[in-house]
Design a protein around this ligand. Sequence first.
Ligand SMILES: *Cc1c(COP(=O)(O)O)cnc(C)c1O
Length: 714
Amino acid sequence: MSTVKDIKKIFPDIPDRISGLGELAYNLWWSWHTEARMLFKMLSRTDWKVSVHNPVKMLHEAGKDVMDAASKDPKFLRHYDAVMAKFNAGINTDSGWFRSNVAAHEILPVAYFSAEYGLHHSLPFYAGGLGFLAGDFLKECSDLGVPMVAVGFMYPGGYVRQRVTPDGWQEGESEVVDRENAPIRRVLDDKGEPLSVKIPFIRPPVYAEVWKVHVGRVSLYLMDTDLDINDPWNRGISARLYIGGPEQRLRQEIVLGIGGAEILNTLGIRHSILHLNEGHPAFAILERIRERVEAGQDFEKASAEVRATTIFTTHTPVPAGHDVFPFSLMEKYFHDYWPALGLDRDGFMQMGMSPENPAAGFNMTAFAMRMSEYRNAVSRRHGEVTRRMWRSLWPGVSEEDIPVASVTNGIHIPTWIEPRIQLLLNKYMDMDWLNEQDVPETWKLIEDIPDEEIWKTHYWLKMKLIIRIRERARQRWLRDSADPRIILASGVLLDPNALTLGFARRFAAYKRASLILHNIDRLRKLLNDPWRPVQIIFAGKAHPEDEPGKHLLQQVFVAAKDASFGGHIAFVEDYDEQLAQYLVHGVDVWLNNPLPPLEACGTSGMKASLNGVPNLSILDGWWIEGFNGKNGWAFGGDGGEDGDRRDSEAIYDILEKELVPLYYTVDDDGIPHGWVRVMKEAMISTAPRFSARRMVKEYVGKFYGNILKSGGQP
Ligand SMILES: *Cc1c(COP(=O)(O)O)cnc(C)c1O
């Protein structure tokens, strides 16, 4: 029923000969195919840069002359034809691994619900790891041909540009997403007007408009409540990720789950399986039950059917990550809803009671755990922690038998591999290596790459990172005449020849960003060694309402501007997907030291490892599975008393005794062969196992496939 606006009307200046550029710009497929990125760059290097690698913005701004010239340039046209052929062949097909191995016939798609998606920096609809996991998941489902439709929020005020004051306090400048220049398109109704959907059961009514993102073959629908027709309180529902205040948060989750289900219905999209990425969208379960009850089933039968086709993935052992809503609020919003399910108040509330603390309110995780047949944590250790955490839901069942599986997260390799590294692999590995990326043997061929080539490539990437950091500092200096201490702290004194540690993630307390500052004197000695200097690059945002997180950031910033460290500590503002790419490609070591067992999995370390940047990490999350004694360094992991002191000392010890000597032991040819050995081992051992390909195949094998086999079509 609904359509999106004709591409020709959006980009009237594109000549017919290259009109496919418009369609390509609106499909994020371009972002994980090097040759497609190259195509936009070839069109106009300057506009590509000015648009910050956003092809929609670029096509709007490049101008007719640029387009006309390109449409007559044989070299551009050859490249264009090759990319479009690959794009069309990849998009307009049902074939692929899923078709060949799981379901030979057409099936209804899986509906994937998530509060955030990290797909590209031009779509700032993410806060951190949860979002990138969801984004990588969709891209891999597209690559493998898993039929999928996804639902989430378009956060129009989603982007908070991070600025730090001279004394290290994080301030946010909220930037409104420029909807017309982002790779998203408004979904229109039959009359060509923006499709507007009324969220069922909320009063006064809330309306949402819908934006569509093409993620290869997967469609992602994003809801937007920032509409004139909504009153300000309702407009704010989708303004920002994880807004404060329980009531607004509840309303946000109602819109995500119940509204999301309504949007799929309005669009006429039926689904076979519901996959909930974290508890935020779990109310979608209710809508699926309500529809069946409305069609005449009783609650028992309807909920059993829904449960049998629902998967719930839990992502965090941190208590604040699990929403619990007071019963009074639940009553306010759901008193009309439970009769529609054929339930009374108690029956309804019981679905969300945590047996350990039933009076606390409606617990979204307990609810999702109860109402999904398939549940999983996101690493082996997180599986153990989750089973212990939720054992009260299964009284009498021993801990190992609690029905919560684990599927360790993975990263989308074409998104996170650096193009130069990719070229190097093309040269030494079988040309089809990307198709065989989850086969360990594929990666063993890295052994054959001469150390010198790996080292030179890495050095080039490190230079690129440092140049990029200087460029950001220059812009900040130019634009704001920022306090010189801010400029000095932001990495202008970094030395490309010094051993460089990277630490970039959200500034949440459990991630302990300031741990390495625990013994300042010992650290100062390490960093300032005149012959074997070490430097650390920090980046990351604190949640705008997280005071302890902001204090941690301030501690790091104060160290970065402290002259006694000689510029060996840098804090780079405004961590986002693009900066993450530079960092995981360009530092020498990726540092991670959360408080165990609170890191459910972690994925930035996988991105680093894939690019030959070994991890120095605490034994928690994925690193328990990933560390093999040769591919990086590990410490701690058992928690206990005085953990900060012990863990920080373990880091200093490893740096002083192992890491620094190995890095600076260079042979006559100028190459640190021992170090390159670790780099190669990091790539070989982690790339296949921690790929999104392995992960999605595991989800299909353990869950989707089972549901389809048992005839689980609704
Ligand atoms: C990968 C990624 C994350 C998640 O990494 P963690 O290791 O889980 O902290 C967060 N933010 C960005 C920008 C990322 O690219």
